[in-house]
Design a protein around this ligand. Structure first.
Ligand code: MG
Length: 446
């Protein structure tokens, strides 16, 4: 199968007016409209400055293919996906997720609410390259409308997927940092509907992300962490720019690694024999939790759409990634930051314990991440790795995962940059660091 050239792991991305011009956006819009050949396509955007420019170019192009376009305003990506699923229509999201504010991107959503797969991306790209766009006569041109019921529909869907009554009783105190992104309205609203006492940070739409970088990493969340250190809140919550991801701070102001929050939420969401899906890059903490609950853990290649598709194929109840992206099958098959925060509140309410106490029961693994410049073709490096470490246990689901006595190391090329990523995990920080250094030194020597 051909791999897409324009689409990355999460859509077509670039700097507007440089790579992502109005002309290119229109070509993408015409290709998506032609490809889906649907009666209607939903379209939304995050808070980025270039959002209107790209969205209007794409929407206008979609109309030219004879497809009606329903504009849903600024919205988290998962809210658009939920709308697509419920209304059984395809969608287009204008976002560059957690990337810096100068970027933007276009991603296509299937009519079941999941991101389109690589095969469909290649078909859309072929249309972009061949310019064989559908171009309808004047009286068949699509109509542009809006629908403001989307937020209520989305929030009600989430509230119905958890024990809302129990969460409301707890009257949780919550600090939330929307990072000026697409969740600036939806997540504080959802929390207030859960009867939470809410303090919102950066909950104004600001397409320059003036307050903090959009990726919800500890170094970008110092304001939220400082507020949490006042110990006046039960939990701190932060999203990325399009709010498909959600990370947590405990009641003492400690940032919780995505692997740990994933393992915790999975622990309280599954029963015996359930299927759980995660990429090979995830912590063994999740494997231990699944073993403990007699559930099956299915490992996939890295990439949220891949996890979502594997969940559908395996009827998995829950899945997710180490970066705070969690997919809850009962709600919808895509990462959803607001659903993730609701699952966390749900388990806090049910267990009646502090977040830090619940985390004590999650196996503690240490992960070291590094990268080296990729100077040769990945295929050659891949073959060298296999030859060099042929006496060790290896897995080839994505890149090369090599097992040592007390842990593992995943070595894979980045999809967007000319680097090789090296993830090493062990229960001992020293071992993880040693593995990471060893493989990194070998890769540098090639
Ligand atoms: Mg995102």
């Amino acid at each position: 199968m051909k791999t897409p050239q324009l689409f990355g792991t999460n859509g077509i991305r670039g700097v507007p007016n440089d790579y992502l011009t109005t002309e290119f956006s229109m070509a993408i819009g015409k290709a998506i409209g032609t490809f889906f050949n649907a009666r209607k396509i939903a379209i939304a955007r995050d808070t980025r400055i270039s959002g209107d420019m790209i969205l209007l170019s794409v929407a206008s192009a979609v109309l030219s293919t004879g497809t009606d376009t329903v504009y849903l305003d600024i919205l988290p990506t998962p809210a658009l996906q939920y709308y697509c699923k419920n209304h059984k229509i395809p969608g287009i999201m204008i976002t560059a997720s957690h990337n810096p504010p100068q970027y933007n991107g276009i991603k296509a959503i299937d009519s079941d609410g999941t991101e389109i797969d690589e095969e469909k991306e290649v078909e859309i790209e072929n249309l972009i390259f061949s310019k064989k766009f559908k171009n309808v006569p004047w009286n068949e041109i699509g109509q542009y409308s809006s629908d403001n019921t989307v937020i209520d529909e989305y929030i009600n869907g989430i509230m119905n997927a958890v024990n809302t009554g129990k969460i409301k009783e707890k009257k949780f105190s919550v600090a939330i940092d929307a990072g000026n992104g697409a969740s600036y309205f939806t997540s504080p609203l959802l929390l207030s509907k859960f009867n939470c006492h809410v303090v919102s940070l950066n909950s104004n739409p600001d397409g320059k992300f003036s307050s903090r970088d959009s990726e919800p990493k500890p170094e970008n969340l110092s304001d939220l962490i400082n507020i949490m250190k006042t110990k006046k809140f039960d939990i701190g919550i932060a999203h990325d720019g399009d709010a498909d991801r959600c990370v947590f701070i405990d009641e003492n102001g400690n940032f919780i690694d995505g692997d740990k929050s994933l393992a915790l939420i999975v622990k309280y969401s599954i029963n015996k024999n359930d299927n759980v899906v995660t990429p090979v890059s995830s912590s063994d903490a999740l494997k231990e939790i699944c073993n403990e609950k007699n559930a099956n853990l299915i490992l996939t290649k890295v990439g949220a759409p891949i996890v979502a598709r594997a969940m559908i194929n395996n009827r998995a109840i829950i899945g997710g990634e180490e970066n705070g992206g969690i997919v809850y099958g009962k709600h919808q098959y895509c990462r959803d930051g607001a659903m993730t925060l609701s699952l966390m509140l749900n388990l806090l309410a049910n267990e009646n314990k502090k977040l830090s106490e619940l985390l004590k029961d999650i196996p503690d693994y240490k992960m070291i991440k590094s990268s080296v410049e990729r100077k040769r073709e990945w295929n050659e490096i891949y073959n060298d790795l296999i030859e060099k470490y042929k006496n060790k246990k290896m897995d080839f689901t994505d890149g090369v995962k090599i097992y040592d006595d007390n842990g593992w190391t995943l070595i894979r090329p980045s999809g967007t940059e000319k680097i090789i990523r090296i993830f090493s995990e062990s229960k001992s920080m020293d071992d993880a660091a040693e593995y990471n250094r060893g493989y990194s030194d070998y890769l540098k020597s090639l």
